[in-house]
Design a protein around this ligand. Structure first.
Ligand code: ME8
Length: 644
């Protein structure tokens, strides 16, 4: 049976961040795993290029929308190519084949009576490209997901009869309990559907950057809703609406998505497919959210880490390993260089890298680099059993996307190898004239490394290729079948020396996160500037003085309801009236403790709205693992005193 694995298609309103890299690594690893097992596998990724958000981003960048989309889409594609992501197709929703496919799907659903025309009036969040019912809005106005102001939109719209599919959807979740993975996420979807589904507005007339309506409807005023357009990518990529060339891969085995877009994939998407009479995907696998120092990262917010920066510093395969080892699939994870460095040094360098070096060294000394498995079973039956048992457990972990458990289990092999060396002391055996025993231990470890590298190859394809090269074999389906499934041992060969695979890392290799202050959502370009240390980015003193820093005193402070992080402050900067500053410091300071204390304020930031409140400045603060502290004058200064 063939396999079809997809990532979400990424919005082209900013460049890739670590959250995008995670989904892509996850899907790439899964696709490589299936291919290793010999499954005929198709792996799709791409970019989502329509909608008001993209149109507005292009305008802000003074670029024609298509040109802007071309540029950003290319940054994703180039990055994945540089990271050697093994996709079979990179789809763009501006591809003409895709647009044709979406139009065809629309026609089919319309002909079936599942799409009708009416009027829509509702609160729309442009950033999330989503309508929200009034009951869900914060203070009746602000987006419950991102806190931005929503706008009331009244327009003629085509509607998809989502409500008609309520019962069939509920039956789907019941009949196919692993449709949504991890299982724990299923409930929230079921409850949402049980709460009642309203028909879905699937066209827009307020902007033009979208797939045109099918000619047969003769209604040019409308363009398709971006989520209808985007979800269809999973079938148009296989030729739906054109030649169905690769539709044999359908239904998808797994759509990997972030938890924020689970609803679209677990409710809208199966309903569209039901309407089209197309079989449903097997799994929608929703991963958690990556934060940096506890702060949510997203393109819309601007506090992102560029995966390229991390990969350039630490190596892309180390990054893949870290992300897939660190976080149980489905849970949120925090990106911390400390945790990353610990895993590189202890798991990759010590457990794996040293083991390889040790047997290269020993076999060089004892047998002129020749390795022979002939006596392994005789002296190491116990270790072989333990190894085979761990290898046999791996598949189940991968089936449930539990990459962290998979890697943990795989690492048992290295521990078996390291323990065997410590217990059997081949160097003592060599002295005591028991060369065959010593060589059996070395060969045991070579076999462990070979089998482990096969199973690690979907995670670290290049690195494991180097290990396999040292052990004189190739990682492919044939060696997987022989060495892992049939449990055979390596044939006689000469081991090759390789340079250390995982140099230890002593210090963080990229600058730590900039202090997260919830002020104006920055453009991604600005965020990149923040985290860079290149000499090219040194600034002139004049540039520094473009920032107006002033001493202020907090005269009022209160908690922002419904917010875990925000405090609303009135800060006197010696101006006619105090400034309102909304600061993300509630976890570290109580409101009362701030009153009458001095703070340092960035005074010439453009005001920004946060959860509906204007913020007219930013407090200087320093944040590390121990928490956040405000930067204050050493001695009280007159309010309004410039800093610099
Ligand atoms: O949602 N941690 O695109 P997108 C983990 N175009 N994952 C994150 C993340 C983070 N900090 N931030 C974003 C879209 N993501 C749509 C998809 S599919 C038919 C259309 C994940 O570029 C997010 O959860 O905003 C989503 O899965 C993916 O990145 C793409 O986000």
């Amino acid at each position: 049976m063939s396999k079809y694995i997809t990532t979400p298609i990424y919005y082209v309103n900013g460049e890739a961040h670590i959250g995008h890299a995670y989904t892509t690594f996850m899907a790439d690893t899964m696709a490589r795993y299936e291919k290793l097992k010999g499954e005929d596998t198709y792996f799709l990724t791409g970019t989502d290029e329509h909608g008001q958000k993209i149109e507005e981003s292009a305008q802000k960048n003074n670029k024609p929308t298509q040109e802007f989309a071309d540029e950003i889409s290319a940054t994703f594609k180039n990055l994945w190519d540089e990271f050697e992501i093994g996709y079979d197709k990179f789809i763009r929703t501006t591809d003409s084949d895709h647009k044709m496919g979406v139009q065809k799907a629309f026609e089919v659903m319309y002909a079936k009576g599942d799409i009708y025309k009416d009027f829509y009036e509702g609160h729309y969040c442009v950033s999330c490209e989503t309508f929200f019912p009034e009951t869900q809005l914060i203070d009746g106005e602000f987006c419950p997901d991102c806190g931005r102001t929503t706008t009331i939109v009244k327009e003629e719209s085509y509607f998809f009869k989502l409500s008609k599919y309520e019962d069939r959807l509920l039956k789907l979740y019941e009949d196919q309990p692993d449709f949504i993975l991890p299982l724990s996420r299923g409930n929230e979807v079921v409850n949402f559907v049980k709460g009642g589904l309203r028909d879905l507005s699937v066209t827009r007339t307020s902007f033009t950057w979208g797939v045109q309506m099918p000619k047969s409807l003769n209604d040019d005023k409308h363009v398709m809703y971006v989520w209808l357009d985007a979800l269809m990518n999973y079938i148009t990529a296989l030729g739906y609406g054109k030649d169905d060339a690769n539709m044999n891969y359908w239904p998808a085995s797994t759509h990997f998505v972030g938890k924020d877009i689970l609803r679209f994939h677990a409710i809208y998407w199966p309903a569209f497919l039901m309407s089209l009479d197309i079989p449903l995907p097997k799994h929608i696998a929703a991963h958690g959210w990556w934060t940096r120092d506890g702060e949510k990262m997203s393109k819309s917010k601007g506090n992102v880490i560029a995966p390229k920066e991390v990969a350039d510093a630490y190596g892309v395969e180390n990054l893949r390993y870290f992300m897939l080892r660190e976080v149980p699939f489905g849970q949120d994870g925090d990106f911390s260089q400390r945790a990353f460095i610990d895993r590189i040094n202890s798991e990759l360098s010590n457990d794996l890298g040293n083991l390889l070096n040790r047997i290269i060294g020993m076999s060089g000394k004892y047998s002129d680099f020749e390795i022979d498995s002939v006596d392994v079973e005789k002296y190491h039956a116990k270790e072989l059993d333990a190894m085979n048992q761990a290898l046999g457990n791996l598949d189940a972990f991968m089936d449930n996307m539990q990459t962290h458990r998979y890697l943990e289990e795989l690492w048992k092999l290295f521990s078996i190898g390291n323990t065997a060396i410590t217990e059997h002391e081949p160097w003592v055996k060599m002295k005591n004239d028991k060369k065959d025993e010593a060589l059996a231990t070395v060969a045991l470890v070579a076999n462990i490394l070979a089998k482990a590298s096969i199973m690690l190859s979907p995670f670290m394809p290049r690195t494991t290729e180097t290990i396999a090269d040292a052990l004189n074999f190739k990682i492919d389906t044939q060696s997987y079948n022989e060495l892992v499934i049939d449990k055979k041992l390596l044939k006689l060969f000469n081991i090759k020396k390789v340079p250390p695979l995982f140099p230890r890392v002593e210090e963080p290799l990229i600058p730590e996160a900039p202090i997260a202050q919830p002020n104006a959502p920055k453009e991604p370009q600005e965020a990149k500037k923040d985290t860079s240390t290149d000499d090219d980015n040194l600034i002139e003193i004049g540039q520094f003085f473009e920032t107006s820093l002033k001493v202020g005193v907090v005269i009022e402070a209160e908690e922002v309801p419904k917010s875990k992080k925000l405090l609303k402050l009135q800060v006197d900067l010696g101006e006619d009236s105090p400034r309102q500053v909304v600061a993300g410091i509630k976890e570290f300071y109580s409101a009362e403790s701030l009153i009458d204390t001095q703070v340092c304020v960035v005074a010439n930031l453009k005001p920004a709205k946060l959860m509906g409140m204007m913020s007219e400045g930013m407090l200087l603060a320093a944040k590390d693992e121990d928490g956040l502290c405000l930067i204050r004058p050493e001695k009280p200064k007159k309010v309004g005193t410039p800093i610099g």
